[in-house]
Write a protein that binds this ligand. Structure first.
Ligand code: NAD
Length: 488
């Protein structure tokens, strides 16, 4: 079957490729995969289903393009990134609408994501010309120690469906700024946004082979084939901890450099001295941005017993007012979840918590309509050992647990294998900083429900990942140090 996007270009306003981008050309394939609109459960496009051979062809193209791209003056590389940024902003409405159709998120979230995603091109356009090395005298005085930063080489980028634009640009931007060439493997649920961005890069003047894109229904064999190829020197993965572990094992065979952005289980702490209105606003952002389908989503709310009732009822009242519907419909705050598996996982976590003594304050069910919707939900009196507190919910559900002392709050917050981000609300600066230091996460939001920023080092500790994306750190992930001992 041939790839098609019947009607899609007309409804979003840009042409959307559906093939594989290999060496600057969009190629078709023998078999195709449907892309499903989660609001209607219907296919909106059929895309090329890449094979391991296609992936290796993409690796060959990236390898061939590498020497010239690495030697391209940083200013020229920066200009292409900057032009892509401008094009992405210009086409932001079309890309946002496309993203809603394949992912389901509310248009407001999609608009926010496109601009956030574009910022990675702007930020790394600025970073491309700031690759610093070092020159020192050896302590013995015998020679100089010179350190260069060189591009790590051909990089395989594997991205999830929840932020189809930002997870791709957060990798492509720094990789290209550092002088690497890439093969992007987007999630099969949301490939079209990635294809549209790759096409913009071509329009911005990117040479053939620098960015290649292959999507597939069989991610395991396709990514393994690339990792087994000695021309591939880097894997940058964003996705679940479960798949991250598998890929780290696979990458061990070729000792491939890995950056891993994995799952989260963010605690959201509200102390008794917090501004409760501000905490509710922050909780809405931390929980409901992207409908809860975010690695940074607040997953567990620990609220001091003195303010727990006030916080819970105000938060539940706000969630109950959110408008649930197709992402493109006017006024929608919350779209559907990405697919039925995600919705049934959310539903079963809620029923298990309710069965174990948790009380549903609002929501707690799927609305009676077509599409993978689930109502915004607040649960209280959740037992400390409930699965919902230990599992990444990835949906619009907020379990609330009371605490009475700071030490308990910190202990529970850290009682997880994950360590991506935590949030805390308090008016006491000393407590805010003391607790931030004690929290075992790569990022902390103090009196703020949003931490993501292209200029900041994003990433987790423990089983939430290895390495950082964004900021200057994100650029260094795509480089190797070369030490040269010089005697002059
Ligand atoms: P996932 O792990 O199922 O898939 C992620 C990517 O890996 C997709 O492209 C998928 O096709 C691919 N994949 C799946 N199995 C594979 C295999 N065996 N070999 C190679 N590739 C494989 O994750 P998801 O469901 O798409 O995304 C949700 C997860 O991503 C959540 O756990 C979320 O926390 C995490 N995430 C983390 C961050 C972060 O920055 N830390 C950001 C966004 C999402």
């Amino acid at each position: 079957m041939s790839q098609s996007t019947t009607g899609l270009a007309a409804s979003v306003g840009i042409d959307v490729p559906t093939g594989m981008l290999i060496n600057g050309e969009w190629a078709g394939s023998d078999s195709t995969i449907p892309v499903i609109d989660p609001a209607t459960e219907e296919a909106i496009a059929w895309i090329a289903n890449g094979t391991p051979d296609d992936a290796i062809a993409a690796v060959a193209a990236a390898h061939q393009a590498l020497p010239a791209w690495a030697a391209t003056p940083p200013r020229q590389r920066a200009e292409i990134l900057r032009r892509t940024y401008a094009l992405m902003v210009e086409r932001s409405e079309a890309i946002a609408r496309l993203m809603v159709l394949e992912n389901g998120k509310a248009l407001r979230d999609a608009r926010g994501e496109v601009l956030y995603a574009a910022e990675f091109f702007r930020w790394y356009a600025e970073e491309a010309v700031r690759m610093e090395g070092a020159l020192t005298t050896a302590p013995a005085g015998t020679n100089r120690i010179m350190v260069l930063r060189q591009p790590v080489g051909v990089s395989v980028l594997v991205t999830p469906w929840n932020f189809p634009a930002a997870m791709a640009t957060r990798k492509i931007g720094p990789a290209l700024a550092a002088g690497c060439t890439v093969v992007l493997k987007p999630a099969k649920e949301t490939p079209l946004t990635a294809f549209a961005i790759a096409d913009l890069m071509r329009e911005a003047g990117l040479p053939a082979g620098v960015v290649n894109v292959v999507c597939t229904a069989t991610a395991g064999p396709v990514v393994s084939a690339m990792l087994a190829d000695p021309r591939v020197r880097k894997l940058s993965f964003t996705g679940s901890t479960e798949v991250g572990r598998v890929l780290l094992r696979t990458a061990a065979d070729t000792v491939t450099n890995c950056s891993m952005e994995l799952g989260g289980n963010a605690p959201f702490l509200v102390f008794e001295d917090a501004d409760i209105d501000a905490a509710v606003e922050g909780a809405l952002v931390a929980k409901m941005r992207n409908g809860g389908e975010a690695c940074t989503a607040a997953n567990r709310f620990y609220v001091h017993e003195r303010v727990a009732d006030e916080f819970t009822s105000a938060f539940a009242a706000r969630l109950a007012k959110l408008s649930v519907g197709p992402g493109l419909a006017d006024g929608t705050d919350l779209g559907p979840l990405v697919n039925e598996d995600t919705r049934s996982k959310v539903a079963s976590l809620v029923s298990e918590a309710a069965g174990a003594g948790g009380r549903v304050v609002t929501g707690g069910q799927a609305p009676d309509r077509r599409g993978y919707f689930y109502l915004p939900t607040v649960l209280t009196d959740v037992p400390a050992d409930a699965a919902i507190l230990a599992t990444e919910i990835f949906g619009p559900v907020a379990p609330v647990v009371r605490f009475s002392g700071e030490a308990d709050a910190i202990h529970w917050a850290n009682d997880t294998e994950y360590g991506l981000v935590s949030y805390l609300y308090t008016a006491d600066l000393r407590r805010a900083l003391r607790v931030s230091e004690a929290l075992e996460t790569g990022m902390v939001g103090i009196n703020r429900g949003l931490v993501s920023d292209p200029a900041a080092p994003f990433g987790g500790v423990k089983q939430s990942g290895l390495g950082r994306e964004g900021g200057h750190d994100g650029l260094l992930e795509f480089t190797e140090s070369k030490y040269i001992a010089v005697d002059w």
